[in-house]
Design a protein around this ligand. Structure first.
Ligand code: GCB
Length: 593
């Protein structure tokens, strides 16, 4: 799905700003008034999570629906074009109305969607009404549970428990745009550049005159010089003298596509891409033919006040800190990050493991505790399979051309040891590969309950990404014991899959900034440093380990829970991005690697 960009064929209008907002009492409410300016609304910034904008626990933790409104002015000139309304993301379900008429619905809170409004928009002011539902259950990604709590003498309360360890921030969290295209238009572009200069592209055209349209292709280097020209909707060629995209030199190119339809009315779009190759060979991940060791983090996209709302300053700051600490990569744990983040990673040469919002697919366990079991088993209980397919397709469609994306993660910590896991994941892994013109490696990030003996999905993965908390959730305070257990487990997985690269997807210890102890006790900065050092010693002793992603880049908000003191504190940086002691240890360790 193309990002909104201005060109000679397209106009882009920014719909971000202050919208009107209200929490709703019941599901399905106010649909018959969607064409009216609703009463009792208050200002709400877009993009932003709504939760922390106004005080009140009831407000922040509201379960159910909310409504956003604003007007959009459409001019005569805009009306002559094809008009598209595009949302970067709305969590978790959006139902969109224009002038009281429904445009459509979108499920899934972390990927873009759009509606063509050419017919429905009128010249003048149009009323846009967006109903948002924030419930997570066994049909959504991420997963959650609805529970009804009873109290003597009080009305029962519906609570929505996330099956995941991050605050359920919701709302219109990413940019909203209105853009125009000609009536016959470029719908999508797929482009892949390889290490030897091979270029493959495919353009999809839609609209009444698509059969009569002609496509001109140009490849532009970073100075805008044309290095190749061709015609047609697909092709493959080999270019000489190209500059590769790498972590040290993230050279970017643009594929300029110009469409001429009958009558000469044309569309134009420039898609950014790079020449680079990811491969897996003999326990190694190769970038442009050379082994790359992944140093970095699992990373949430969030911060104080705006929650998970797009914040370009915070994103850029975070990537600056990644460079500062000598990391080269991160995983978008546990949902696709914003499109702007992917653009930044392309520019800065950061390697991204792009994760679907598939977390909490485990009816017996979450990061913050056991769920008390489920005799039916996870895979007979969840109804996420179809939605998971849609999400993987949408994710690949959105991010396929980014050179920074080196792999797809289909899920985090599912019940991969339970019967039914292989049957659930095999079609998803296959689909992800088929959809991707670059056929990037695919993984499923697994947890401690899924051992070398019991894991049902290891063979489906191109590389293994394991989350381990020896020395924290168990063997706590005993790093020698933790090391021994960790090593035995890694050896077990290597024995089972001797050809596959293995990396840690998570390991970490909650750490309170400013808490010190001569004896490196739990929660101190000394313990976090010792923990990182201990894990590093194990990795360094095993040649097949191909990367280390610490949990977590920065402290983050979670649901209230007795295991969390003001959120998850495993950050190497605090929530306001100040380094803890372990940051200096990692900076030094990663500089040498
Ligand atoms: C995990 C989860 C992550 C949690 C983390 C923790 O295994 O993947 O979402 O935040 O553990 O800190 O418990």
């Amino acid at each position: 799905m193309l990002y909104p960009k201005m060109s000679s064929g397209r106009m882009v209008f920014d719909l971000n700003g202050i919208w009107d907002f209200k929490l709703l009492e019941h599901a399905g409410e106010k649909r018959d008034e969607a064409g009216l300016h609703l009463t009792g609304l208050r200002p709400m910034p877009v993009p932003s999570s709504y939760n922390d904008i106004y005080p009140g626990k009831k407000f922040a933790d509201h379960v159910g629906e909310m409504v956003y409104q604003r007007t959009i002015h459409v001019t005569e000139q805009m009306k002559r074009e094809r008009l598209v309304l595009r949302f970067g993301s709305v969590a978790h379900t959006a139902e969109v109305y224009l002038n009281g008429e429904v445009l459509g619905k979108h499920k899934g809170g972390f990927l873009p969607f759009s509606f063509e409004i050419s017919e429905k928009a009128i010249i003048g002011d149009n009323l846009l009404t967006v109903f948002v539902n924030n419930i997570v259950d066994y049909s959504t990604l991420p997963c959650g549970r609805m529970e009804q709590e009873e109290y003597p003498g009080l009305a029962p309360k519906t609570i929505n428990l996330p099956n995941f360890d991050f605050y359920n921030y919701t709302g219109i969290m990413r940019p909203v745009w209105l853009y125009t295209t000609p009536k016959t238009y470029i719908e999508d572009i797929e482009v892949a550049g390889k290490m030897d200069g091979t270029l493959i592209w495919k353009v999809t055209v839609e609209g009444a005159q698509k059969e009569e349209s002609r496509l001109h292709i140009r490849v532009l280097d970073s100075n805008g010089n044309c290095v190749y020209e061709s015609e047609g909707d697909s092709g493959a060629t080999k270019l000489d003298g190209i500059k590769l995209w790498s972590t040290e030199e993230p050279n970017l190119y643009e594929l300029e596509v110009r469409l001429e339809a009958a009558g000469g009315i044309g569309d134009e779009y420039k898609e950014t891409f790079g020449f680079r190759e990811i491969a897996i060979e003999n326990c190694r991940i190769l970038l442009n033919g050379k082994p790359v060791y992944l140093k970095g983090f699992g990373k949430h996209e969030e911060g104080a006040i705006h929650g998970r709302g797009t914040d370009l300053s915070l994103m850029t700051k975070d990537l600056g800190l990644l460079k500062w600490i000598n990391a080269n990569s991160f995983r978008t744990a546990h949902y696709p990050n914003s499109e702007e983040m992917m653009q930044l990673c392309d520019k800065l040469g950061i390697l991204v493991i792009d994760e679907a919002p598939a977390v909490g697919l485990n009816t017996g366990f979450t990061a913050t505790g056991l769920l008390g079991g489920n005799p039916q088993g996870t895979w007979a209980t969840l109804t996420t399979a179809k939605h998971h397919r849609d999400v993987m397709e949408e994710l690949v469609r959105r991010d396929k051309n980014h050179p920074c994306v080196i792999a797809w993660s289909v899920a985090n910590e599912p019940a991969s040891q339970e019967e039914g896991a292989k049957e659930y994941f095999e079609p998803l892994v296959n689909l992800t590969k088929e959809q991707d013109i670059q056929h990037r490696p695919v993984t499923i990030v697994t947890y401690e309950g899924s051992t070398p003996e019991t894991c049902k999905v290891a063979e489906l993965c191109d590389f293994l990404m394991l989350n381990r908390y020896r020395g924290w959730y168990n063997t706590e305070g005993n790093l020698e014991g933790a090391k021994a257990k960790l090593k035995a487990e890694l050896e077990g997985f290597h024995k089972r899959c001797p050809e596959k690269p293995i990396m840690l997807g998570e390991y970490g210890a909650d750490t309170i900034m400013g808490l010190h102890d001569i004896n490196a006790r739990l929660f101190t900065e000394e313990y976090q440093t010792a923990f990182m050092k201990a894990y590093g010693e194990v990795f360094d002793s095993l040649p097949y380990i191909t990367g280390e992603h610490v949990w977590v880049f920065a402290d983050f908000a979670t649901a209230e829970n007795i295991k969390r003191v003001d959120g998850n504190k495993k950050g190497i940086f605090t929530r306001d991005r100040r380094p803890k002691q372990a940051a200096y240890f990692l900076q030094e360790r990663w500089e040498k690697m």
